[in-house]
Design a protein around this ligand. Structure first.
Ligand code: ADP
Ligand code: MG
Ligand code: ZN
Length: 641
């Protein structure tokens, strides 16, 4: 049952109790009146009073044979008595003593209705009036447009109805977040700075006649700090922050979403200048025409949002910020000028950005120097701000687990692996043979990588199983970040990915399921080379596939004919096979190094890039020629150029 329903029942009960009390009081009042005014006396007393000339007026009720009379000289008191049956002397006696007497034939029916009116009618009217008043008051409380008596449904919109006391429309007076708390999003911050300035002093803009954007859309993958940025704008401008999530609109019943939008903007209007933040705006802002199972409720909500955005007085300083990671699905009406006309990309952080983000979060925990966050940033390409915040937190948790009160570099490095590959799994015990296979597999990756020119140096090889299911992995950390990748780079990556399987084949003459993840990645790269990057001679610069929601890592959709699709598959196979061959030939060439390093790895379980390179580049005639290997000094991240 819903809160409002309950409340309503409670007041119903109260109002019935009040009505009963009033009825009771009226009854009592009538009785008291009668008791006070009418004094019952015996018939003989009456006769005595008549004889003593004390009786003034006498009234006989012929139906009940009761006599009511008043005393001479005393006003107000009415006496009552019952007539003695067939007292023939009474009339004569009354006449003799100068009383003023009359008889009354009571109108029975009239009396009955009078009683009914007194005892039931008036309370009933009071009850109806009271009920009407209560009902009206309650409806006012609930908001103006709730369907009048639709209170039985038990709907659960948990925001205290449609009224003022909205719990979920979070209005924060001060977010306490500023741009200082957001790292590595300099372009986004720059765009938002103007909005912050506007909110800080709307008058300056209106004076010159400038129209500030009503809305801006923060677009980017999850965890990149969109919510954080929106809060930071409010914090910078020191204005209230109203936040609501798109999904909250949709889960509600018909009509509630629109009402909630109206309410949100009403509140914002009262508190302007302020920020209205609509998270996950794609949930309500989906294109209206395309979806087959169109959702009336969502459309209504969207329409209301559009209306409100057009309606509010922009000079007051309300800016609506929306966040989404599916900009492609948004309704064009939302993004037209005057609404969310600014699109602010919030991308995954680059190397410098990652380091800055790590610094911000590292400042919140106690650290044991020396700490090199640059190393961590280099090891985490593709990590979002949220991932990085999580890495620091995991490191702190690990430090506590280890009984230390400061976080060390080791903790952070370990937690990078936890975030990338999962927790170390203590319970998985590999047999010696399995360990051997994994060691060869990982060394195979590492040797192929190390023998390539320009590939990221190997920084770590481990065969400790992880909870994610990985039995080992080889970590490659690039010194710099690359934004352009050549066809050769990609082919090299594929060859490295094939190195694990190739080593198994070469040494054990059998294959295992350990390469499934490698296969997945290699295929993905090869497919992208064919369908998106135009890197094959066969198809040239033709787009054959379209990426579905870019920010959520969605797959791609082929945009070609079926015949071409088959050709694409062949081409992908060819590219991967080429990498496989290259890996095989590399490993054949360095077969002895493969044996040596694998054995070493099997014994030590985890080795560093330096240890690996030391063995691999040792000048014994089995490794690469020193001149061909730039990183002959073996130091991790030595200049490979
Ligand atoms: P989004 O809304 O884009 O999914 P959030 O803003 O909710 O991401 O970010 C989640 C958390 O990740 C933040 O609370 C913050 O701790 C951290 N974070 C993300 N991006 C950054 C950044 N650029 N600078 C600092 N912290 C960040
Ligand atoms: Mg968010
Ligand atoms: Zn592998």
């Amino acid at each position: 049952m819903d809160m409002n329903d309950k409340k309503r029942r409670q007041s119903m009960i109260i109002y019935i109790i009040i009505a009963i009390a009033i009825l009771f009081a009226l009854n009592q009042g009538a009785n008291v009146y009668q008791q006070q005014q009418i004094q019952t006396v015996s018939y003989s007393d009456f006769l005595t009073m008549v004889d003593n000339d004390k009786v003034d007026t006498v009234e006989l009720n012929t139906s009940s044979n009761t006599i009511k009379f008043t005393e001479k000289g005393s006003s107000g008191v009415v006496y009552e008595t019952t007539e003695w049956p067939n007292d023939d002397t009474l009339v004569q006696r009354l006449q003799d003593h100068g009383a003023n007497f009359s008889a009354k034939i009571p109108d029975q029916s009239n009396d009955f209705w009078q009683l009914m009116l007194l005892y039931y009618g008036i309370p009933l009217i009071v009850m109806i009036l009271l009920g009407w008043w209560l009902n009206r008051r309650m409806r006012k409380q609930m908001g103006d447009d709730g369907p009048s008596m639709d209170f039985s449904g038990g709907f659960g919109f948990g925001n205290g109805g449609l009224g003022k006391s909205n719990a979920k429309i979070v209005g924060e007076k001060e977010t306490g977040v500023t741009f200082k708390d957001v790292a590595g999003q300099d372009e986004a911050k720059e765009s938002l700075q103007e909005i912050a300035n506007f909110l800080d002093n709307p008058k300056r803009y209106s004076d010159i006649g400038a129209r500030c954007p009503r809305g801006a859309l923060l677009v980017g993958p999850p965890g990149t700090g969109k919510t954080l940025l929106a809060k930071a704008v409010a914090g910078e401008a020191k204005v209230p922050f109203f936040s609501i999530s798109g999904s909250e609109f949709v889960e509600m019943f018909v009509g509630r979403g629109a009402a909630k939008v109206r309410d949100l903007f009403k509140q914002a209007n009262e508190k302007a200048p302020c920020i209205v933040f609509i998270d996950e705006i794609d949930t309500i802002g989906k294109r209206r025409d395309t979806s087959i199972n169109s959702n009336d409720e969502r459309e209504q909500t969207l329409n209301q949002l559009l209306t409100e955005m057009d309606g509010f007085d922009n000079n007051k300083g309300i800016v609506v910020l929306g966040a989404t990671n599916r900009p492609d699905t948004l309704d064009p009406a939302l993004t037209r000028p005057g609404r969310f006309d600014r699109r602010i990309p919030v991308e995954l952080p680059d190397l410098a950005g990652r380091e800055a983000i790590l610094k911000i979060h590292a400042a919140k925990v106690k650290m044991q120097p020396p700490i090199d966050l640059g190393v961590i940033a280099r090891a985490t390409p593709g990590a979002s701000g949220a991932d990085l915040a999580n890495i620091i937190n995991e490191a702190a948790l690990r430090a506590v687990r280890m009984g230390r009160n400061r976080v060390t570099q080791d903790d952070i490095e370990e937690s990078v692996e936890v975030v990338i590959a999962g927790e170390k799994r203590k319970s998985t015990v590999l047999s010696e043979h399995e360990k051997q296979v994994v060691a060869y597999h990982e060394t195979g990756h590492a040797i192929v990588a190390a023998s390539q020119k320009g590939s990221a140096p190997v920084s770590k090889i481990t065969i400790v199983p992880r909870t994610s299911g990985a039995l080992g992995y080889t970590m490659q950390v690039d010194e710099n970040e690359h934004f352009l990748e050549t066809r050769e780079d990609m082919q090299n990556q594929i060859a490295v990915l094939c190195g694990g399987r190739a080593a198994e084949e070469l040494i054990f003459h059998q294959v295992t399921n350990g390469a499934s993840n490698d296969i997945e990645k290699a295929t993905k790269i090869a497919r992208a080379m064919v369908t998106q990057y135009g890197m094959t001679d066969k198809f040239g610069m033709v787009q054959l596939g379209q990426v579905r929601n870019r920010y959520l890592g969605g797959g791609e959709e082929l945009t070609c004919s079926e015949g071409t699709a088959r050709d694409i598959d062949e081409e992908v196979q060819r590219i991967v096979e080429q990498g496989h061959e290259e890996a095989l030939s590399t490993l054949k060439k360095y077969r002895f190094k493969l044996h040596e390093i694998s054995r070493y790895l099997q014994k030590k379980e985890t080795i560093t890039g330096e240890e690996f390179m030391k063995i691999f580049t040792r000048d014994d005639g089995f490794g690469p020629a020193p001149t061909a290997q730039g990183a002959a000094d073996g130091s991790q991240g030595g200049d490979q150029a």
